[in-house]
Ligand binder design. Structure first.
Ligand code: FES
Length: 172
């Protein structure tokens, strides 16, 4: 049986803490803006994702230790928000809305075009060159602009199959 695209979501070897050096400085700066350190959970998780590209169980344990929260609590938050990656992803993360209104306008074909042109092959998998991961998401709040796509932090509306090769070239 195939292990699937997320099989690498476990770190092995000695753990390298995230909150050292410049990342620790950044965390301290963030903590100074909150009345209690636990309230800084979301930005602390962002720092981890920026530093490592995804958030492993061991990263969650470190965040919990630093903020005085249990690993289970941290995991509950990470798993609640789809913006946090629980497995390694490509350099560029593509999110395509495939909820019904976009789907009737051709979103499935836009997804297929991204999977083909990025060479990801399947949803959630990372392309062989490590550059891309493509996922489907629920409504992005731009139902009148099908098909809306998020490429990293960039919102692109009205994406058609024909536009996909150019977009992939632009971000390569
Ligand atoms: S259904 Fe696609 S943005 Fe709302």
């Amino acid at each position: 049986m195939s292990a699937g695209p997320h099989a690498a979501a476990r770190e092995t070897g000695p753990y390298e803490p995230v909150f050292v050096g410049a990342t620790l400085e950044r965390l301290r700066e963030i903590l100074s803006r909150y009345p209690v350190k636990q309230a800084a959970l979301l930005p602390a998780l962002w720092l981890v994702q920026q530093a490592r590209g995804w958030i492993s169980d061991r990263n969650m344990a470190e965040v919990g230790e630093v903020l005085g929260l249990t690993p289970a609590y941290v995991k509950g938050v990470v798993t609640f928000y789809t913006m946090y990656h629980q497995h390694p992803v490509g350099k560029h993360f593509v999110q395509v809305c495939t909820t019904s209104p976009c789907n009737v306008c051709g979103a499935e074909n836009v997804v297929k075009a991204f999977l083909e042109h990025t060479r990801c092959g399947e949803l959630g998998a990372t392309s062989p060159d490590g550059n891309w991961t493509v996922v489907e998401v629920e409504c992005l709040g731009a139902c009148g602009f099908a098909t809306p796509v998020l490429i990293d932090d960039d919102f692109v509306d009205g994406v058609t199959v024909e536009m996909v090769p150019e977009l992939v070239k632009k971000y390569r």
